[in-house]
Design a protein around this ligand. Structure first.
Ligand code: SF4
Length: 334
């Protein structure tokens, strides 16, 4: 970004061209609450680092970048525990970091999945299964990763964002019986839908299903089922193949084996903690996305060398930490 573009951007973020009561054009200070702000992805947060952006995740807020780490995560082998116990035996091969990606803080995690797979493919490091937290998941990515790279994504798809899911009240989408051939849904009270309309929403194919107001108005559970006033209850479905995959994913999340496999992903949280504690990745040492990424690559190389050094020298892995609460639970269960 040139100096002129930077000055223009800072001016736009802070001032607004408007008109006064006489209709004359005036420049006034931008009030964020009233006048809004440019989107976060282009909003400068510092004149010293033009790539840094404001980021947020739940209650956490920060300025700068996001670091995405991929590492090998293997299920523990039966002999691993014996190796951990033995000081003489060589400990199991450590899980190595295979990729790091850096983005500005506004880029959603879900945008990184495909670039990470492309980068891993270029180095011949593609996994057969890839465990990802729900921030990286979408049904399109699950289908796309399998088609393009032959990778199975092990990730929990979120159930939904509608009021019924948020408040965990009323009938959620799964409570409706879908007859795909007849293009009709039946609600738990036995009413059948009146409209079935394929549509595009936020760039995705969906099917909007609506019930008739004549069915919903006299329904005894209407208050918890819908707030709609012009229509009866509305549900939004994905096309049948995607709908069935989503359903299969939600069913799999109840399975112990799936949960055990997905639990392997938690190891990367320890790696992120190690990256912050050992190599100080919480704070960028340099300005700009390119140099910050280089810092993250050096950090990953350092962590891999630390792990290899420990392995080469026969240093056993730490025991998995068990929290006080978990220990108390185990004591009570005994
Ligand atoms: S409000 Fe309508 S969709 Fe909901 S349960 Fe009653 S009849 Fe069915």
């Amino acid at each position: 970004m040139s100096a002129v573009q930077t000055l223009r951007q800072i001016t736009v973020q802070n001032y607004l061209i408007t008109s006064d009561s006489s209709g004359a054009e005036v420049v006034k200070r931008r009030e964020a609450d009233k006048d809004g702000l440019p989107p976060g992805r282009i909003r400068l947060t510092s004149p010293y680092d033009l790539d840094a952006r404001y980021g947020g995740k739940e209650d956490l807020r920060w300025t700068g970048y996001k670091l995405h780490i991929s590492e090998v995560c293997q299920p523990p082998r039966p002999e691993d525990e014996a190796l951990r116990q033995s000081r003489r035996a060589r400990p199991p091969v450590p899980n190595m970091i295979t990729h790091v990606a850096t983005t500005d803080a506004t880029v959603p995690d879900v945008k990184l999945v495909e670039p990470v797979h492309q980068a891993l493919a270029a180095r011949g490091l593609l996994p057969g299964e890839h465990c990802l937290d729900s921030g990286y998941a979408s049904i399109e990515l699950i289908v796309g990763a399998r088609a393009a790279f032959g990778i199975t994504l092990v990730t929990p798809l979120l159930t939904g964002t509608s009021r019924q899911y948020r408040e965990n009240a009323g009938y959620q989408r799964e409570a409706f019986a879908i007859d795909w051939d007849a293009r009709r849904a039946t609600c738990p009270q036995g009413a059948t839908s009146r409209f079935w309309s394929p549509a595009r929403q936020k760039g995705r194919d969906v099917i909007v299903v609506r019930f008739d107001q004549a069915d919903c108005v006299p329904c005894p559970v209407r208050a918890v089922c819908t707030n709609a006033t012009r229509w009866g209850r509305q549900i939004t479905l994905r096309p049948r193949p995607l709908h069935e995959l989503i359903h299969a994913n939600h069913t799999a999340q109840e399975d112990e084996k799936w949960r055990a496999k997905y639990a392997l992903r938690a190891g990367v949280e320890g790696t992120i903690r190690q990256a912050m504690a050992v190599t100080g990745t919480r704070r960028a040492r340099y300005r700009g996305l390119g140099k910050t990424h280089l810092e993250h690559v050096y950090s990953a190389v350092a962590l891999n060398l630390i792990r290899l050094d420990a392995w080469w020298n026969g240093q056993p892995l730490d025991h998995t930490r068990t929290s006080h609460l978990a220990r108390l639970n185990l004591t009570l269960a005994a």
